[in-house]
Design a protein around this ligand. Structure first.
Ligand SMILES: Nc1ncnc2c1ncn2[C@@H]1O[C@H](COP(=O)(O)OP(=O)(O)OP(=O)(O)O)[C@@H](O)[C@H]1O
Ligand SMILES: Nc1ccn([C@@H]2O[C@H](COP(=O)(O)O)[C@@H](O)[C@H]2O)c(=O)n1
Length: 212
C-alpha cells in the first residue's frame, strides 16, 4: 500500500503520516526534509539559492537516511527549502529519488507513506490512498507557535502567521508542481480536530480504500 499525504506547512501532515506508517508498518519519507536538507547543504557550502547546478548536484548526492539534523526543523531551513523548491530541475532530481524510495519499499513488500506538497499529484499519482491535510492558517500558526515557543500568542505567533501566509502563497503560486489537492485526494480539514481525531478520520479513509 502507498499513501500520499499532502498539505500546507504546519497542517499536521507529518504527524499524521508518521502515525499511519506505524499503524500499517510502512516505510516513511518526509519529502519536505529532502528540500530542507538540500537548502541547508547549499547554505553551508556558500551556494546561492538561485544556483540550479549546485541545487541539482546536492539533490543527487544528499543522504535520505541522514535528514535528522536539528537545524532541519528551523524556520530558516523551511524558508530556504521553499525558495529552492521553485526550480524545476531540482524538483526533477528529488522526485526521481523520492519515487525510488517508494518503489524500493513496495519491492520489499512493505509499502510506504510519503508526505509533502506534490506526493499525490506528481511523485506518486497512482498511490493507493491520497489525503490532503489542511487547517485554517491561524490554527496552523497557533500549533507551530506552541511547538516552537510553548505559547500561542504575541509577536512569535504574529511572525509565524506572516511566515505561513508567505509560504502558502509561494508554494501554491509557483509554476513547478504547485501545492494543490489531487482530484482523487480526500480532503481532511483538521482545524477543529485534535491529532487523535485526525488520525481516526485518516484510518477510516484508508480502511475504506483497502476494502474497495
Ligand atoms: N490535528 C492537530 N491538532 C493540533 N495540533 C496538531 C495536529 N496535528 C499536528 N499538530 C501539531 O501541529 C504542529 C505541526 O504539525 P506537523 O509538524 O505534523 O505539521 P507538518 O504539516 O508536517 O509541518 P511541515 O510542513 O512544517 O513539515 C506539531 O506541533 C504537531 O504536534
Ligand atoms: N514535496 C514537497 C515537499 C516540500 N516542498 C517545499 O519544501 C518546503 C518545506 O517543506 P515542509 O513540508 O518541511 O514544510 C515547503 O514549503 C515547500 O516549498 C515541496 O516543494 N515539495
Amino acid at each position: 500500500m502507498i499513501i500520499a499525504v499532502d498539505g500546507p506547512a504546519a497542517s499536521g501532515k507529518g504527524t499524521l503520516a508518521k502515525r499511519l506508517a506505524a499503524q500499517y508498518g510502512l516505510a516513511y519519507l518526509d519529502t519536505g526534509r529532502t528540500y530542507r536538507g538540500v537548502a541547508l547543504a547549499m547554505r553551508r557550502a556558500g551556494a546561492s539559492f538561485e544556483d540550479v547546478t549546485a541545487a541539482v548536484e546536492t539533490a543527487r548526492r544528499i543522504d535520505f537516511d541522514a535528514l535528522e539534523d536539528p537545524e532541519m526543523t528551523s524556520t530558516e531551513a523551511g524558508e530556504g527549502a521553499s525558495r529552492i523548491a521553485v526550480m524545476p530541475d531540482l524538483r526533477a532530481a528529488l522526485v526521481e529519488r523520492q519515487r525510488a524510495f517508494a518503489e524500493r519499499a513496495a519491492r520489499e513488500g512493505r509499502g510506504a507513506v510519503l508526505d509533502g506538497r506534490d506526493v499525490g499529484t506528481v511523485i506518486l499519482p497512482d498511490a493507493t490512498v491520497k489525503l490532503f491535510v489542511t487547517a485554517d492558517v491561524a490554527e496552523r500558526a497557533r500549533r507551530r507557535a506552541l511547538e516552537l515557543y510553548g505559547i500561542a500568542h504575541g509577536p512569535e505567533f504574529d511572525a509565524l502567521l506572516e511566515m505561513l501566509r508567505r509560504r502558502d502563497a509561494r508554494d501554491s503560486g509557483r509554476a513547478a508542481s504547485p501545492l494543490k489537492q489531487a482530484p482523487d485526494a480526500y480532503l481532511l480539514d483538521t482545524t477543529d480536530m485534535d491529532a487523535e481525531a485526525a488520525f481516526s478520520a485518516a484510518v477510516r479513509v484508508v480502511e475504506r480504500a483497502l476494502v474497495a
